[in-house]
Design a binder for this molecule. Structure first.
Ligand code: IMP
Length: 175
Protein backbone atom coordinates (compact mmCIF):
# COMPACT_ATOMS: atom_id res chain seq x y z
CA UNK A 1 0.00 0.00 0.00
CA UNK A 2 1.54 3.36 -0.89
CA UNK A 3 1.44 6.16 1.66
CA UNK A 4 1.93 3.79 4.61
CA UNK A 5 4.84 2.35 6.53
CA UNK A 6 5.56 -0.43 9.00
CA UNK A 7 7.02 -0.03 12.49
CA UNK A 8 8.19 -3.34 13.97
CA UNK A 9 6.40 -3.98 17.27
CA UNK A 10 7.36 -7.61 17.99
CA UNK A 11 10.41 -9.18 16.38
CA UNK A 12 10.72 -12.64 14.90
CA UNK A 13 12.94 -13.68 17.82
CA UNK A 14 10.48 -12.39 20.42
CA UNK A 15 7.69 -14.36 18.74
CA UNK A 16 9.80 -17.52 18.69
CA UNK A 17 10.80 -17.26 22.35
CA UNK A 18 7.27 -16.49 23.58
CA UNK A 19 5.71 -19.25 21.44
CA UNK A 20 8.08 -21.80 22.99
CA UNK A 21 7.09 -20.62 26.48
CA UNK A 22 3.40 -20.92 25.62
CA UNK A 23 3.89 -24.41 24.14
CA UNK A 24 5.54 -25.59 27.35
CA UNK A 25 2.90 -24.01 29.58
CA UNK A 26 0.08 -25.56 27.53
CA UNK A 27 1.76 -28.99 27.48
CA UNK A 28 2.23 -28.85 31.25
CA UNK A 29 -1.36 -27.84 31.89
CA UNK A 30 -2.85 -30.56 29.65
CA UNK A 31 -0.67 -33.07 31.51
CA UNK A 32 -0.26 -35.56 28.67
CA UNK A 33 -3.93 -35.55 27.54
CA UNK A 34 -4.63 -35.25 23.80
CA UNK A 35 -5.57 -31.78 22.52
CA UNK A 36 -7.40 -30.63 19.38
CA UNK A 37 -5.89 -27.38 18.10
CA UNK A 38 -8.43 -25.29 16.21
CA UNK A 39 -6.92 -22.53 14.11
CA UNK A 40 -9.08 -19.60 13.19
CA UNK A 41 -8.26 -18.89 9.54
CA UNK A 42 -6.48 -17.18 8.04
CA UNK A 43 -4.58 -15.05 10.54
CA UNK A 44 -3.61 -17.90 12.91
CA UNK A 45 -1.86 -20.17 10.43
CA UNK A 46 1.75 -19.25 11.19
CA UNK A 47 1.10 -19.22 14.93
CA UNK A 48 -0.66 -22.60 14.80
CA UNK A 49 2.15 -24.07 12.76
CA UNK A 50 4.92 -22.84 15.07
CA UNK A 51 3.05 -23.50 18.32
CA UNK A 52 1.89 -26.95 17.20
CA UNK A 53 5.44 -28.01 16.30
CA UNK A 54 6.77 -26.86 19.67
CA UNK A 55 4.10 -28.72 21.67
CA UNK A 56 4.81 -32.24 22.86
CA UNK A 57 1.16 -33.16 23.58
CA UNK A 58 -0.69 -35.59 21.31
CA UNK A 59 -2.44 -33.07 19.03
CA UNK A 60 -4.96 -33.03 16.20
CA UNK A 61 -5.62 -30.03 13.97
CA UNK A 62 -8.76 -28.53 12.54
CA UNK A 63 -9.69 -25.21 10.96
CA UNK A 64 -12.52 -22.78 11.24
CA UNK A 65 -13.04 -19.61 9.26
CA UNK A 66 -15.10 -16.67 10.37
CA UNK A 67 -15.40 -13.26 8.87
CA UNK A 68 -15.78 -10.10 10.85
CA UNK A 69 -13.57 -7.47 9.23
CA UNK A 70 -14.28 -7.79 5.51
CA UNK A 71 -10.86 -6.50 4.50
CA UNK A 72 -10.97 -3.18 6.35
CA UNK A 73 -9.46 -1.84 9.53
CA UNK A 74 -12.45 -1.76 11.85
CA UNK A 75 -14.80 -4.53 12.91
CA UNK A 76 -18.31 -4.69 11.52
CA UNK A 77 -19.47 -6.51 14.65
CA UNK A 78 -21.02 -9.17 12.42
CA UNK A 79 -19.47 -12.63 12.80
CA UNK A 80 -20.22 -15.25 10.17
CA UNK A 81 -18.96 -18.85 9.98
CA UNK A 82 -17.45 -19.28 6.52
CA UNK A 83 -15.87 -22.69 7.07
CA UNK A 84 -16.93 -25.02 9.85
CA UNK A 85 -14.88 -27.76 11.56
CA UNK A 86 -14.47 -31.23 10.05
CA UNK A 87 -13.99 -32.95 13.43
CA UNK A 88 -16.76 -33.63 15.97
CA UNK A 89 -15.37 -32.02 19.14
CA UNK A 90 -17.70 -33.71 21.64
CA UNK A 91 -15.62 -35.04 24.56
CA UNK A 92 -12.33 -33.57 23.29
CA UNK A 93 -9.94 -31.09 24.85
CA UNK A 94 -10.15 -28.12 22.50
CA UNK A 95 -7.68 -25.27 22.25
CA UNK A 96 -8.75 -22.38 20.02
CA UNK A 97 -5.67 -20.80 18.43
CA UNK A 98 -6.29 -17.12 17.68
CA UNK A 99 -4.05 -14.53 16.09
CA UNK A 100 -5.46 -11.55 17.96
CA UNK A 101 -8.30 -10.71 20.31
CA UNK A 102 -9.42 -7.13 19.76
CA UNK A 103 -13.02 -6.25 20.72
CA UNK A 104 -13.54 -9.87 21.82
CA UNK A 105 -16.69 -10.19 19.68
CA UNK A 106 -15.32 -12.93 17.40
CA UNK A 107 -13.95 -15.01 20.24
CA UNK A 108 -17.02 -14.63 22.38
CA UNK A 109 -19.15 -15.90 19.49
CA UNK A 110 -16.78 -18.80 18.85
CA UNK A 111 -16.63 -19.87 22.48
CA UNK A 112 -20.42 -19.86 22.63
CA UNK A 113 -20.75 -21.86 19.42
CA UNK A 114 -18.12 -24.47 20.30
CA UNK A 115 -19.30 -24.95 23.86
CA UNK A 116 -22.73 -26.05 22.58
CA UNK A 117 -20.89 -28.99 20.94
CA UNK A 118 -19.90 -30.35 24.37
CA UNK A 119 -16.09 -30.51 24.30
CA UNK A 120 -14.42 -31.97 27.40
CA UNK A 121 -12.61 -28.65 27.85
CA UNK A 122 -12.41 -25.42 25.87
CA UNK A 123 -9.47 -23.04 26.15
CA UNK A 124 -8.03 -20.25 24.05
CA UNK A 125 -4.51 -19.20 23.17
CA UNK A 126 -4.13 -15.83 21.46
CA UNK A 127 -0.79 -14.59 20.19
CA UNK A 128 -1.86 -10.98 20.63
CA UNK A 129 -4.39 -9.17 22.78
CA UNK A 130 -5.58 -5.58 22.68
CA UNK A 131 -7.20 -5.63 26.10
CA UNK A 132 -7.93 -1.91 25.92
CA UNK A 133 -10.30 -2.46 22.97
CA UNK A 134 -12.60 -5.10 24.48
CA UNK A 135 -16.33 -4.54 24.27
CA UNK A 136 -16.99 -8.09 25.53
CA UNK A 137 -14.72 -10.15 27.78
CA UNK A 138 -14.51 -13.82 26.77
CA UNK A 139 -11.87 -15.73 28.76
CA UNK A 140 -8.45 -16.00 27.06
CA UNK A 141 -6.43 -18.58 29.00
CA UNK A 142 -3.08 -17.98 27.28
CA UNK A 143 -1.86 -14.68 25.80
CA UNK A 144 1.41 -14.19 23.93
CA UNK A 145 1.66 -10.40 24.02
CA UNK A 146 -0.50 -7.54 25.22
CA UNK A 147 -0.32 -4.79 22.60
CA UNK A 148 -1.61 -1.21 22.37
CA UNK A 149 -4.74 -0.34 20.44
CA UNK A 150 -3.00 -0.03 17.04
CA UNK A 151 -3.69 -1.84 13.79
CA UNK A 152 -0.98 -4.48 13.32
CA UNK A 153 0.03 -6.73 10.44
CA UNK A 154 2.44 -9.60 9.84
CA UNK A 155 2.95 -13.19 11.03
CA UNK A 156 -0.47 -14.10 9.58
CA UNK A 157 -2.25 -10.80 10.17
CA UNK A 158 -3.29 -8.84 7.12
CA UNK A 159 -4.55 -5.58 5.83
CA UNK A 160 -6.72 -6.32 2.78
CA UNK A 161 -4.93 -9.72 2.45
CA UNK A 162 -1.43 -8.14 2.39
CA UNK A 163 1.49 -8.52 4.83
CA UNK A 164 0.57 -12.00 6.14
CA UNK A 165 4.02 -13.34 5.21
CA UNK A 166 6.05 -10.91 7.33
CA UNK A 167 7.96 -12.89 9.99
CA UNK A 168 7.38 -10.14 12.60
CA UNK A 169 4.44 -8.06 13.87
CA UNK A 170 4.40 -4.42 12.79
CA UNK A 171 2.15 -1.42 13.29
CA UNK A 172 0.75 -0.27 9.96
CA UNK A 173 0.83 3.52 9.88
CA UNK A 174 -0.67 5.66 7.21
CA UNK A 175 1.16 8.83 6.24
P1 IMP B 1 -12.45 -8.98 17.42
O1 IMP B 1 -13.73 -9.70 17.12
O2 IMP B 1 -12.64 -7.49 17.40
O3 IMP B 1 -11.79 -9.43 18.70
O4 IMP B 1 -11.48 -9.21 16.21
C1 IMP B 1 -10.90 -10.40 15.95
C2 IMP B 1 -10.39 -10.47 14.52
O5 IMP B 1 -10.23 -9.16 13.91
C3 IMP B 1 -9.01 -11.06 14.51
O6 IMP B 1 -9.07 -12.47 14.47
C4 IMP B 1 -8.39 -10.44 13.26
O7 IMP B 1 -8.73 -11.20 12.13
C5 IMP B 1 -9.05 -9.09 13.17
N1 IMP B 1 -8.18 -8.03 13.74
C6 IMP B 1 -8.34 -7.37 14.93
N2 IMP B 1 -7.37 -6.48 15.14
C7 IMP B 1 -6.55 -6.58 14.06
C8 IMP B 1 -5.31 -5.92 13.69
O8 IMP B 1 -4.75 -5.06 14.40
N3 IMP B 1 -4.76 -6.32 12.51
C9 IMP B 1 -5.32 -7.26 11.70
N4 IMP B 1 -6.45 -7.90 12.01
C10 IMP B 1 -7.06 -7.57 13.17
Amino acid sequence: MSGSHLDVLISELQIRVRTAELAKQIDDEFGGEPVLLIAVLKGSIHFLSDLGRLMKSDTQLDFLQVSSYHGGKSSTGVVQIRKDLDINIEGLNVLIVEDIVDTGVTLSHLRELLSTRKPKSLKVVALLSKSGSRTVHPPVEYIGFEIPNEFVVGYGLDYAERYRNLPYIAILREE
